[in-house]
Design a protein around this ligand. Structure first.
Ligand SMILES: [Zn+2]
Ligand SMILES: [Zn+2]
Length: 467
């Protein structure tokens, strides 16, 4: 384990011959990576590994992003299948998928306990010092009356990751046993829904930026809990990436019924709809997926209107987020509030060019570009523009990918406010813009999720039918 594994792919002739389905473009080889720690934990928990299959055949499905029908595809360990039209990864056959997520989850839980047990960060300046625990970055916000921010941080850093780790471990532990299947379905669906909202990695980058911000004025030390938090972040990310959603549903409830599909057609035009949670195909008009029980929509409900409304809301919130101070520094009784841009200018003047650039990019450019890009995509779809669907899809993927990283500045404010609390010398308070800014980031994330990228490809379909 641990080294890159690449095997070439070969298909049984029966499958290779059915329909002009090109194999080289539908499969991509991914490298499998391993970790000794995970395997040691895994061995302690699961002395006997349940690896029944060396080849896993994922179910026929519809691409989540462009709606193309994809036939059932056999995958060796370390291989992934990708949509031949848009390149979206449909399913991956990862090594030891029953063992690794449990092991990583267990190790991450231990790291989480340690991250809360000791000092997270400490600083000293001019003979006075202060220590902060991880939880203090959240409790300070609540004490200052920022309940919404406190709730956002508690959920994205503690609540949702714990629910996620707990559900994965419970689901995989009960995989061959008789857990009430509806409970298992609900847990599985919960896993898929909360994944985009886990932000421990963004928080970690926020910690590093706070560190650079403070370096000029104080002596900063990272406590034991900081290193445990690094471990918690790494293990949580490893856990998320060691489990494939389609594999999990097939493992839990078996393969879907075999169907005759046209691998060059879209699902909707063939009268089918793909489940966005487990990938199973159902007839158009079915309300819920027969395998995972998730709600089925041929296209996301609300259409473009929901995305438009969310985008306008976040565009309006973007104004107070930039006009009001995001942070207020009280130094020897002197009040100096600073806005997001003010903070960037100050960092630049201090000579911290890379950090100033990161904050400027993450807090000013990314939210604005993301809102504009989504507006443009909605406008293009509404106008029926058919040029460059793949280019549009790539732009959409980018807005989805970068969105959560804009939370960095909110986390930096939370950390600085939690750490710098010297009553008579210097105290940092969060400002009203922090709430507005968190609102911008979260609402644009929901806006991006509510946009249905399959609409871009529906236009191509309409165009082809007219020809
Ligand atoms: Zn696709
Ligand atoms: Zn489903």
């Amino acid at each position: 384990m641990g080294t890159g594994l690449s095997k070439s792919f070969s298909l049984p002739p029966a499958i290779a011959a059915s329909g002009g389905w090109s194999l080289t473009s539908t499969t991509a080889i991914i490298a499998s990576s391993g970790s000794t720690t995970g395997l040691i934990w895994g061995f302690i928990l699961h002395p006997v590994s349940h690896q029944h299959h060396t080849t896993y055949v994922h179910d026929a499905t519809a691409c989540e992003e462009c709606d193309l029908l994809i036939p059932a595809t056999p995958l060796e360990v370390g291989q992934a299948s990708c949509c031949p039209r848009c390149g979206h990864t449909l399913s991956r056959h990862l090594p030891q998928q029953e063992l690794r997520p449990i092991s990583y989850g267990f190790a991450a839980l231990i790291m989480f306990v340690l991250a809360n047990a000791f000092t997270f960060m400490s600083f000293s300046a001019k003979g006075v010092g202060q220590e902060m625990t991880f939880l203090q970055s959240i409790t300070t916000l609540v004490d200052e009356g920022y309940l919404f921010l406190g709730a956002v941080l508690s959920l994205t850093l503690i609540g949702l990751p714990l629910v996620y780790m707990g559900s994965i471990m419970l689901v995989l532990w009960r995989v061959d046993k008789d857990l009430h299947s509806n409970a298992l379905r609900s847990l599985g669906r919960l896993l898929c829904r909360i994944k985009p909202w886990l932000m421990v990695d963004v928080f970690l980058v926020g910690v590093l930026i706070s560190l650079v911000k403070l370096m000029g004025m104080a002596d900063i030390k990272m406590g034991l809990s900081f290193w445990a938090f690094v471990g918690y972040t790494v293990l949580l990310i490893k856990m998320i990436s060691s489990l494939d959603q389609m594999w999990l549903w097939q493992r839990l409830f078996g393969p879907t019924e075999a169907r005759e599909i046209d691998p060059e057609a879209g699902a909707l035009e063939s009268g089918l709809v793909g489940c966005h949670i487990c990938g199973a195909l159902s007839e158009v008009g079915s309300h819920s997926c027969s395998r995972c029980g998730g709600k089925l929509h041929a296209r996301k409900p609300g259409g473009l209107n929901r995305t438009w409304a969310l985008l306008f809301t976040s565009a309006i919130l973007y104004i107070p987020a930039n006009v009001y101070p995001i942070m207020d520094t009280v130094f020897l009784g002197d009040d100096s509030p600073s806005t997001i841009l003010g903070g960037v200018v100050l960092l630049w003047a201090m000579g911290s060019y890379p950090i100033a650039a990161v904050i400027f990019f993450a807090s000013v450019v990314v939210p604005l570009v993301k809102i504009l890009a989504l507006f443009w995509l909605c406008y293009m779809v509404q106008r029926g523009n058919v040029t460059s669907p793949l280019g549009k899809l790539k732009l959409y993927r980018m807005t989805e990918f970068v969105g959560r990283w804009s939370m960095i500045d909110v986390f930096v404010v939370a950390i600085l406010a939690g750490l710098i609390r010297l009553d008579n010398l210097m105290t940092i308070y969060p400002g009203p813009a922090a709430v507005a800014f968190a609102g911008v980031v979260l609402i644009t994330m929901v806006a991006a999720m509510s946009f249905d990228s399959r609409l871009i490809w529906d236009l191509q379909q309409g165009e082809r039918e007219r020809e």
